[in-house]
Design a protein around this ligand. Structure first.
Ligand SMILES: CC(C)(COP(=O)(O)OP(=O)(O)OC[C@H]1O[C@@H](n2cnc3c(N)ncnc32)[C@H](O)[C@@H]1OP(=O)(O)O)[C@@H](O)C(=O)NCCC(=O)NCCS
Length: 301
């Protein structure tokens, strides 16, 4: 097997190689014609060849200060996998990064359902870094328990004029945790994303009220895209810190699940992050389990 610079491959052959090697790789970014110039200019842009036929490629280079290198792409055509081609390409990347003084090599986001990629990364000492995103699913909306509330607390759905309440709860619950990566949400975003959506119904947004009538928690029965298909989703489930530990998150989630059931959805998904331990436990108690995760991976050099 030979390893050569990508510069000798004409654009059409490079695009064909990229498409063939990534064809079955779930969630992997595939460069288009416009990306080719940038791809060829990377510090490492190489292919592996068997009898002069390209069978795999790798693209990598410094990211930011240069101490960190990014593995932008690494793929092998399916018929040549499990024969050490990927490992040989990675060894070239590691050698170049080492001589450039890099200390760490990072991948982009990998989907845990991409079994070969995860196996390969584990074999080469990569571990998830940063926030691990989870996608959980309840496989049906049957046998939903009734909503139970701690003494004095009540639930109600959205009423006209609740925008400010919603905004304030949202910011107090979510925007205070730097790990959550929640986008800054303004009243305008709220109206554009939810209130003026054809999917909007007041019964799809629930608030928990404390014994004094003040809103202290929220959850949404919303929809999102999952593998290019619209699915029912549980969204923005949260309770103010002073009112946690009373299973209000569970009650709010259930109110949304009952709404999804009334709307005729067959199942329900939700996006969350692995560091939200009590939220994940709540979802598991409600019959959700993790279907897959999304994370960046990294290894020291
Ligand atoms: C990930 C990929 C590049 C691996 O290439 P490869 O040439 O098959 O890898 P290697 O033969 O060097 O495998 C090295 C080790 O990785 C692990 N591995 C590779 N494929 C695996 C799989 N399908 N399941 C579990 N472990 C796997 C094994 O430990 C393997 O060693 P072994 O064969 O002695 O058990 C290849 O599967 C691929 O191109 N996938 C599609 C593109 C992609 O997802 N790229 C993500 C990388 S950023």
């Amino acid at each position: 097997m030979d390893i050569r610079s990508l510069s000798h491959l004409p654009d059409s052959e490079l695009l064909a190689l990229v498409a063939a090697a990534n064809a079955d790789a779930r969630g992997i970014w595939t460069p288009s014609d416009e990306d080719l110039v940038e791809l060829r200019q990377a510090a490492v842009a190489i292919d592996a060849e068997e009898d002069r036929v390209p069978v795999g490629f790798a693209v990598a280079g410094p990211s930011g200060t240069g101490e960190v290198w990014a593995l932008q792409s690494l793929a092998v055509v399916p018929r040549m996998r499990r024969q050490g081609v990927g490992s040989a390409l990675l060894a070239e990347v590691l050698a170049a990064a080492t001589s450039a003084g890099a200390k760490e090599l990072r991948t982009g986001v990998l989907d845990s359902r991409n079994v070969p990629a995860l196996g390969f990364m584990a074999r080469h000492g990569f571990e998830p870094r940063g926030v691990i995103k989870l996608r959980m699913r309840r496989p049906n909306l049957e046998n939903l328990p009734p909503v139970e509330l701690p003494a004095g607390y009540t639930l109600r759905h959205y009423r006209g004029g609740d925008e400010a309440v919603w905004m304030e709860l949202f910011h107090r619950i979510f925007a205070d945790d730097p790990r959550s990566g929640v986008p800054p949400m303004t009243l305008r975003d709220l109206r554009d994303e939810f209130l003026s959506s054809p999917n909007w119904k007041p019964e799809r947004l629930w608030f928990a009220l404390a014994p004094d009538g003040k809103p202290v928690g929220m959850a949404m029965a919303w929809m999102r895209m999952e593998d290019n298909q619209a699915v029912a989703s549980l969204h923005w489930v949260g309770v103010l810190a002073a009112h946690r530990g009373r299973r209000l998150g569970e009650a709010l989630s259930l109110a949304c699940l009952h709404q999804h059931q009334r709307d005729g959805w067959p199942d329900c998904w939700l996006p969350t992050e692995s560091f939200r331990i009590s939220a994940v436990q709540t979802y598991e108690r409600l019959g959700f389990s993790a279907v897959y995760s999304l994370a960046d991976y990294a290894r020291p050099i």
